[in-house]
Write a protein that binds this ligand. Structure first.
Ligand code: SF4
Length: 245
C-alpha cells in the first residue's frame, strides 16, 4: 500500500467493518509490520484486548514521558501480567530533557502554549518518532476516536500518516463512542487506569490532566488551563502543527 488512492479505497472498505474486523485485518495483512501504540488509555486497552485474542505476539509500545501518573505505571505492569505480553517502553532523550528543564524549569507548560508544545515535543512527539523508527513497522494502530475532540472528528479507520512518511495509521475505534469503549471494557473485564474511577475521561501526564465535569468533552481535562487551543500534543496532527499557533 503506497498511494493515497489505494489508502482511500481501503479506508472506504474498512468503514463498513467493525472494530474487531479492522484489528483482525490489520494483523493478518501486516503481521510483524504493524504495532499498537498505547498511552494505556481506555481506547487503546480495547485494541490491545482485541489484538491479543488474534495474535499474542502483536507488537505493543508506549512512551514513558517521565511525568505519567502512578496509576498509569501500575497499569503497564498489570497489562504485562494479565496478557503475558511484552510492552516496549520508549523514553525521551535525556539531553533534550536536561536542556529544557535547565532553561525553562520543571513545569514550563503552565506558562505559555509554546512552552507546553515544547514539553510535549520533547517528552512525547520526539520519543514516538523514535519508537516508530525502532519498531521497524509500516503501520501503527491507535485508539483515536472521532468524538474525542473536534480535531479528530474526521478520523478515518485507515489513513496515510502525514507526519511520518512511509507509515500508515489504522484507527479501529474511529466510529466508537465513549460509552461503547466502556461497554467493551466492562463486558470483557479489560484492565483499565483507575483514574477513570475518579472522574477522568482522558489521561495523559499527571500535571496536565484533571477530571472532567458532566457535559465536558472527553479531552476537556487535558491542558485545562489553555483556551482556544486544540487538545492535542502533536502526535496525531499534521507536520504543520505548532507552527500555526
Ligand atoms: S502533557 Fe504536559 S508534562 Fe506531558 S509532555 Fe505535554 S506538556 Fe509535558
Amino acid at each position: 500500500m503506497t498511494t493515497q488512492d489505494e489508502v482511500r479505497k481501503l479506508a472506504i472498505d474498512l468503514e463498513d467493518k467493525n472494530a474487531q474486523e479492522v484489528v483482525k485485518w490489520a494483523i493478518s495483512t501486516y503481521g510483524s509490520k504493524v504495532a499498537i501504540s498505547t498511552s494505556l488509555q481506555a481506547d487503546s486497552m480495547v485494541i490491545i484486548d482485541m489484538a491479543i485474542r488474534i495474535d499474542k505476539n502483536v507488537k505493543v509500545f508506549t512512551i514513558d514521558t517521565g511525568r505519567l501518573p502512578q496509576q498509569t505505571y501500575d497499569l503497564i505492569d498489570k497489562v504485562r501480567e494479565r496478557y503475558g505480553i511484552r510492552i516496549s517502553v520508549y523514553f525521551p532523550d535525556s539531553e533534550e530533557i536536561s536542556q529544557m528543564v535547565s532553561k525553562h524549569g520543571s513545569n514550563p507548560f503552565y506558562r505559555s502554549v509554546s512552552l507546553r508544545l515544547l514539553c510535549c515535543s520533547v517528552r512525547k512527539v520526539n520519543p514516538i518518532n523514535h519508537a516508530l523508527e525502532m519498531e521497524g513497522i509500516d503501520v501503527w494502530m491507535t485508539g483515536l476516536r472521532r468524538t474525542q475532540v473536534e480535531t479528530r472528528a474526521q478520523t478515518p479507520k485507515l489513513q496515510i500518516d502525514s507526519s511520518h512518511p512511509g507509515l500508515t495509521k489504522i484507527n479501529p475505534l474511529a466510529d466508537w463512542s465513549y460509552d461503547q469503549v466502556w461497554e467493551y471494557i466492562n463486558s470483557n473485564d479489560v484492565p483499565y487506569n483507575h483514574l477513570y474511577d475518579e472522574g477522568y475521561t482522558s489521561i495523559g501526564c499527571a500535571p496536565c490532566t484533571r477530571p472532567t465535569e458532566s457535559g465536558e468533552s472527553d479531552r476537556a481535562g487535558r491542558w485545562w488551563w489553555e483556551k482556544g487551543i486544540p487538545k492535542e500534543c502533536g502526535i496525531h496532527v499534521g507536520p504543520a502543527w505548532g507552527r500555526t499557533i
